[in-house]
Design a protein around this ligand. Structure first.
Ligand code: HEM
Length: 482
C-alpha cells in the first residue's frame, strides 16, 4: 500500500524529471536555433558594406549571370544581398523541385505588386482567384475555346498572306483576339481597336520600364530610392505608365460590368470574377497574350535560322504524322524560354537547404533558363534540335511555365494555342530569310530584348504560301468558318 511519503517522493522525482526534460528542451532549441543562424548563407558574390551586392545585380540577361555565379561558386543555389534584401537563385531542376515543389507551402508567396494575379500574396484571396482561373483554364475547359482559336488562326493565315511583312502585328492581333474574347467576351476589331491601342500603350510603358530587368526593378529597396539613383530610373518611367495601366485595367472591366448590369454579358472569365468575387478582375490578358506572342516570335526566328527543321516538320505535316511538330514546339519553348527567370517567389519563413540558411523574406528566383539549358539533360543546349524531344525519356521541364503552386494556370491553353498556330503556319507557309540584291540571304541575329518577357528583336523574313493551291485554301478557309 502506498504511503504519503511514497507519493511525495514520486511527485518530487516527477518534478525533477520535468525540470531536467525542460532544461534539455531549452538547450536543444537554443542550440538548434543558433545552429540555423550560424549556418552559412548560400555562396555568392562578396558585397560591399551597406549596399551589399547592389552593384553586382545584373540589369539584363540575369539568367546568364546567375548561372555564371553558380559555376563560379560550384553551387546550384547562390545568394546575393542588395540593400537588405536577400536574393536566392536556384540554378538546377533538383533545387527547384526540392524547394518550390516539396516545400511549396513556404515558397509560394509572391513579391507584392499591383495589377496582376501573379503578384498576389499567397493566401485566401490568391486561392479564390486561382480556383476561378482553374475552372476556366483546366485542360478540359480549355477545349471550349478551340473554335475561337481556330478562327483566329485562320484570320492570321489570311493576314500573313496579304501583308507578310507585318507578321509581328498579326501575331499580336491573333493572340489579343483570343485572350480578349475569353477573358472579357469582347471581340476586337482588326484595325484601330480601342482596347488594343490601350493595351499597346500600356505594353510599351511596361516594356520601357522593365527594360532594366525583372529582379532589379522588383527588389523592394528600389521602391524607396529616388528615381535618379543608379538603376532606379524605372520609377520615373513607372509614374509615366501608371495611367495607361490603370486605363488598360479599367476600360474592359467597365464594359463587362455595364453588360452584366444590362443583362447583356456574354460568358467570360471577367464576368465570373465580378459576379462571384465581387471585385475587379486582374488584367492578365496583356502579359499572357505577350507571352504567347513571344513564343511564336521565337518560332518564326527558329524557322528562318533552321530551314532543315522547318522542312522536316512540313514533311511530317503532309504525311499527317505529328510527333516532330510537337518536338519542334517543345524545342522552341526550351531554346529561348519566354520567361527565363519566371516570376520570383518570396520565402515566408526561415529555412535550411543543403546546409545553407535561407532567411524569411528572401526573394527566391527559379532560373528556368538554367534548368532548360542543363547540358547533362540537353546536350549542346544552345543548339536548336527538336530531335532531342523525339526520345520519350526526354521531357520538357515544367520550368517553362514557372514553379510549384504558382505555376502558370494558363499553360494548357498556351500549349494548345502554340500547337494550332505552329502547325497551321507550317502547313501553309514557307518562312525564309530575306534575299538581298546580290542574292545573299540576310540571316537575322539571335538577339533578344531584355525585360519581363523575353522575345527576339524584330527581324525581317520572307513568308510565302507553299503552293498556289495552299494560297487558294487560305483565302477561302475563313469564309468557310463564318
Ligand atoms: C507561352 C505562354 C505562357 C508562358 C511562357 C507563361 C509563363 C508563366 C510563368 C513563368 C508564370 C509565373 C509562375 C511562377 O510564379 O512560378 C505564369 C503565371 C501566370 N500565368 Fe502564364 N504563361 C503563358 C501563358 C498564359 C496564358 C495563355 C494564361 C491565361 C489564359 C496565363 C495565365 C497566368 C496566370 C493567371 C499566372 C499567375 C499564376 C499565380 O500567380 O498563381 N499564362 N505564367
Amino acid at each position: 500500500m502506498e504511503t504519503t511519503s511514497d507519493v511525495q517522493s514520486f511527485s518530487s522525482r516527477a518534478r525533477a524529471w520535468t525540470l531536467v526534460i525542460s532544461f534539455c528542451l531549452v538547450i536543444f532549441l537554443h542550440t538548434f536555433y543558433r545552429r540555423r543562424h550560424t549556418l552559412p548563407l548560400p555562396p555568392g558574390p562578396k558585397g560591399l558594406p551597406i549596399i551589399g551586392n547592389a552593384l553586382d545585380m545584373p540589369s539584363k540577361n540575369q539568367w546568364l549571370t546567375y548561372r555564371q555565379w553558380g559555376e563560379k561558386y560550384n553551387s546550384d543555389i547562390v545568394h546575393a544581398k542588395a540593400l537588405g534584401t536577400h536574393v536566392i537563385v536556384l540554378n538546377s531542376a533538383k533545387a527547384v523541385h526540392e524547394l518550390f515543389e516539396k516545400r511549396s507551402s513556404i515558397y509560394s508567396d509572391s513579391i507584392r505588386m499591383s495589377w496582376n494575379i501573379a503578384f498576389l500574396p499567397y493566401g485566401p484571396r490568391w486561392r479564390t482567384w486561382r480556383k476561378v482561373f482553374h475552372e476556366h483554364f483546366h485542360p478540359t475547359a480549355t477545349r471550349q475555346y478551340l473554335p475561337r482559336e481556330l478562327k483566329a488562326t485562320r484570320q492570321l493565315l489570311l493576314n500573313l498572306l496579304h501583308t507578310p511583312e507585318h507578321y509581328g502585328d498579326h501575331l499580336r492581333f491573333m493572340s489579343g483576339q483570343v485572350i480578349m474574347g475569353i477573358a472579357y467576351g469582347i471581340d476586337i476589331a482588326p484595325h484601330d481597336d480601342p482596347y488594343v491601342s490601350l493595351a499597346e500603350k500600356a505594353l510599351q510603358a511596361v516594356e520601357s520600364a522593365s527594360i532594366t530587368g525583372w529582379t532589379f526593378d522588383m527588389l523592394p529597396f528600389y521602391m524607396h530610392l529616388p528615381w535618379w539613383f543608379p538603376g532606379a530610373s524605372f520609377k520615373k518611367e513607372a509614374a509615366k505608365w501608371a495611367p495607361h495601366i490603370d486605363e488598360m485595367v479599367n476600360k474592359p472591366y467597365q464594359t463587362v460590368k455595364e453588360a452584366l448590369a444590362n443583362g447583356a454579358a456574354v460568358p467570360s472569365v471577367a464576368a465570373s470574377m465580378i459576379t462571384r468575387l465581387r471585385e475587379k478582375p486582374s488584367r492578365e490578358d496583356e502579359l499572357t497574350s505577350m507571352a504567347t506572342v513571344a513564343a511564336l516570335l521565337t518560332f518564326f526566328l527558329a524557322m528562318v535560322l533552321h530551314p532543315d527543321a522547318q522542312r522536316k516538320a512540313q514533311m511530317e505535316i503532309d504525311k499527317m504524322s505529328l510527333p516532330y511538330v510537337s518536338a519542334l514546339i517543345k524545342e522552341v519553348m526550351r531554346w529561348h524560354p519566354v520567361t527565363p527567370i519566371a516570376v520570383p517567389h518570396r520565402l515566408v519563413t526561415d529555412d535550411v537547404y543543403e546546409g545553407y540558411f535561407l532567411p524569411a523574406g528572401s526573394m527566391v528566383i527559379g532560373n528556368a533558363w538554367a534548368v532548360l539549358h542543363d547540358e547533362t539533360v540537353f546536350p549542346e543546349p544552345s543548339q536548336f534540335q527538336p530531335e532531342r524531344f523525339l526520345d520519350p525519356n526526354v521531357k520538357l521541364p515544367e520550368a517553362v511555365f514557372g514553379f510549384g503552386r504558382r505555376i502558370c494556370p494558363g499553360r494548357f491553353m498556351a500549349r494548345s494555342s502554340m500547337w494550332i498556330t505552329v502547325a497551321s503556319v507550317l502547313a501553309a507557309f514557307e518562312i525564309s530569310p530575306i534575299i538581298d540584291g546580290d542574292g545573299t540571304p540576310l540571316i537575322p541575329k539571335e538577339e533578344y530584348k531584355p525585360g519581363i518577357i523575353s522575345y527576339p528583336e524584330l527581324f525581317n523574313c520572307m513568308i510565302r504560301p507553299r503552293s498556289n493551291r495552299m494560297e487558294e485554301l487560305i483565302a477561302s478557309s475563313l469564309s468557310e468558318m463564318t
